[in-house]
Structures are given as structure tokens and as C-alpha cells.
Design a binder for this molecule. Structure first.
Ligand code: A2P
Length: 281
């Protein structure tokens, strides 16, 4: 499967760039398989969007894998993110050089500000706009930005973010922020779309999955896609990787509403402003 293959669903971002609706979170782990084996299984399964970040510490390994994979650069969509400690204008330009060197590429398809960090993010964004206007990145965006972060960024931005990548799953469905992103024309992309744990045991989801003859994970991913939320599930297990791409079924409006009603406001990670003040990265 290649980008352009009509078996893969794409979304057109606000600048015309096409992005696969389903991508692969490249920090997936499997104790029995090497990193290269996990990534190879992801490529064999059909993934053509690879999502990484400076913070994940895997860019060198991913770059080595991609260089030896036989994939042509235009065949896949590559996302990375500026870490907290890389923020600022000059720092971000240097971070981009480090990231692209590690990934063994001259450009990224999408470069995101990983977490909002108030003062430097204007300067970080100015660097991203520069990289975008010079053609080093095909699209720029943010991650973990809530409405108030976006409002603040937009007081100075000259390029509208193309994507906001945020924690989203049935127990934290982000419906309010989703509406705001739609208003702004920013594509919502979900990290940890499967919610890492409890949600994968949810009895309501289990009932729906049984009726459609699919897994709970497939129900969750399909629900996000039908809400126009792009997803980047992680799995170190080749069978589950393939399952997470097999989403060619349709949930009814009633089942969509049942899943919407599972909202509990329950995050996996701390709220973005907590991460900002802790300054972890
Ligand atoms: P595994 O790697 O053993 O498949 P998220 O992407 O939301 O952070 O979730 C990742 C977690 O979900 C991993 O622990 C992964 O475990 C698990 N997972 C991924 N795909 C599936 C699936 N289809 N069914 C069950 N669990 C899954």
C-alpha cells in the first residue's frame, strides 16, 4: 500500500496536504521483538504515517529503520515534534536539524510543538513558520494545545496550525475542543486513541464490538474516524497492528451516541498546563 492507494483514508489539511487518517505511534514496544522488527511489521501491515518526537528518544532508530526499509520518502508521511527543552527560535531551528539528521531526511511532512509552554511558544512557532515557508516541512501544527493556548498563539501566528494532536479516547473525548478545532479549520489528531487500559475493557464497547464482529479497539478507532479525528494507535503486536488498520465498517448514529456517552473527563496524562509548569521536557 502506498500513499495514494485508495484503500487508505486520507484527510486534506487546511493547506491542502493529504494526511493518512490512521498512522502508527512509533514508540510502540514489544519485549520479544527488536525496534526494527516492530517497525517492519507496521510497514507490512500497511502503515504509511509514522509519528515520532524528539522526546521519544527513538528518532535515530526510526531513521535507521526507514533508510533500510526500501520505502521511498514520498511513500510515507513523517511527523515529529519539538520537545519542551528545544523551544525558542534558534533552539527550534537547531532541533529541526537534529531531528532531520536523526531521521535521515531533508524534510518532515508535519512538525508539531509537542506541549504548550507559554513564553517560548511564540518563538517556537515563528521558527516553524520559517521552516514551513522555506519548504522544509509540508505542514506545521501543535500538540496538547487547549483552546486558551490556541487563542494566545493566534494573536501572533501568521500560519494557522494544520493539526492539533491531543489525548482523545472514549473516556476523554475532547468534544468541546473538537468543535473549536473544526471552527478554526485545524485537524484533530488523537494520541493514545485506545486510552491505554481501562477503556479497552469497557462493557458498552464490548457489546458494540460483538455486534459488529470486530474488536473493542476497532470500534474505538472507527468511532474517532467517523468523528473526523485522525488516530495514531500504538501496538507492538503485529496482529493488533493489522487489526487497527482494518476499519472498513460503519457505526450507526445510535452506536456513535452510545460511545459519546462514555465520556468521563478522565485523562491518562496530566493536563497540558501541569506539564508546562513541571517543565519535564
Ligand atoms: P500491544 O502493544 O500489546 O498491542 P495507545 O495507542 O492508545 O496508547 O494504546 C496502546 C496500547 O494499546 C498498547 O498497550 C497496546 O498493546 C494496546 N493495543 C493496541 N492495539 C490494540 C488492539 N487492537 N487490541 C487491544 N489492545 C491494543
Amino acid at each position: 500500500m502506498e500513499i495514494g492507494d485508495d484503500t487508505m483514508e486520507f484527510v486534506t489539511l487546511n493547506n491542502g496536504v493529504e494526511m493518512p487518517m490512521v498512522g502508527f505511534g512509533t514508540d510502540a514496544a514489544n519485549d520479544a521483538l527488536s525496534y526494527g522488527e516492530v517497525m517492519d511489521a507496521a510497514v507490512q501491515a500497511g502503515y504509511r504515517l509514522f509519528d515520532t518526537a524528539a522526546m521519544y528518544g527513538n528518532q535515530n532508530e526510526l531513521g535507521d529503520f526507514l533508510a533500510g526499509s526500501g520505502l521511498k520518502r514520498d511513500d510515507y508521511f513523517l511527523t515529529s515534534k519539538v520537545a519542551q527543552k528545544e523551544q525558542g527560535y534558534e533552539n527550534t531551528l537547531q532541533a529541526f536539524k537534529n531531528t532531520t539528521a536523526a531521521l535521515q531526511t531533508d524534510h518532515l511532512d508535519l512538525y508539531l510543538v509537542h506541549w504548550p509552554k507559554f513564553d517560548p511558544f511564540f518563538e517556537t512557532w515563528r521558527a516553524l513558520e520559517h521552516l514551513y515557508k522555506e519548504g522544509y516541512v509540508r505542514a506545521i501544527g501543535v500538540s496538547n494545545f487547549e483552546a486558551h493556548h490556541l487563542d494566545r498563539l493566534l494573536t501572533k501566528a501568521t500560519v494557522m496550525p494544520a493539526v492539533d494532536q491531543i489525548e482523545t479516547h472514549p473516556y476523554f473525548n475532547q468534544h468541546v475542543l473538537h468543535g473549536y478545532l473544526e471552527e478554526l479549520g485545524i485537524q484533530h489528531q488523537a494520541w493514545s486513541p485506545l486510552g491505554r487500559g481501562a477503556v479497552l475493557q469497557d462493557p458498552v464497547l464490548a457489546g458494540i464490538a460483538e455486534r459488529y464482529g470486530v474488536s473493542i479497539a476497532q470500534v474505538i478507532l472507527r468511532w474517532q474516524i467517523q468523528h473526523n479525528v485522525a488516530v495514531i494507535p500504538k501496538s507492538g503486536n503485529p496482529a493488533r497492528m493489522a487489526q487497527n488498520l482494518a476499519l472498513d465498517f460503519q457505526l450507526t448514529t445510535t452506536d456513535m451516541a452510545r460511545i459519546d456517552a462514555l465520556q468521563r473527563g478522565e485523562r491518562i496524562m496530566g493536563a497540558p498546563d501541569q506539564n508546562y509548569t513541571e517543565d519535564l521536557w
